[in-house]
Write a protein that binds this ligand. Sequence first.
Ligand code: FES
Length: 168
Amino acid sequence: MDADNKTYDGNLSAHMCAEIDRWAAKFPEGKQRSALIGSLLAAQHENNGFLNDELMTAVADYLDLPVVQVYEVATFYSMFETKPVGRHSISVCTNISCMLNGCDRIVDHLERKLGIKTGESTADGKFYLKQEEECLAACDGAPMMMIDHVYYENLTVQEVDSILDGLE
Ligand code: FES
């Protein structure tokens, strides 16, 4: 795919096109749908952590895919956001091991500390507390949370405070 030969609505930067090309090159000709997850992650990363309609349409156009296929992926996987969110994304695992080890206490503490409910972002745009997350495959470190793709395990509320206080 040649970025220069495409007409876009202005949302896809040269870097983003290069990233999409890199993902598409990993799959056989005509299987560019397989590059969607990587492409959307790159797009989301460049767009302050979320995908909007315009951006999803631009990615669909670039990959020559129906827009609905992009929407299906963007709305199915929990790592994609389709609305503006806070800059630090916090996911607390609430699946069985974490539940048995006190994740409710962690969620309650975060909601109180940040003054928001899960699914919301703080007014200053610093934090986004994602909806409850399914098992993040760190069950032996329960209770755990992920912030900006980094895992924090065997949490206490004191540790949650120090982790959040350490973020810019
Ligand atoms: S149940 Fe929480 S990481 Fe598996």
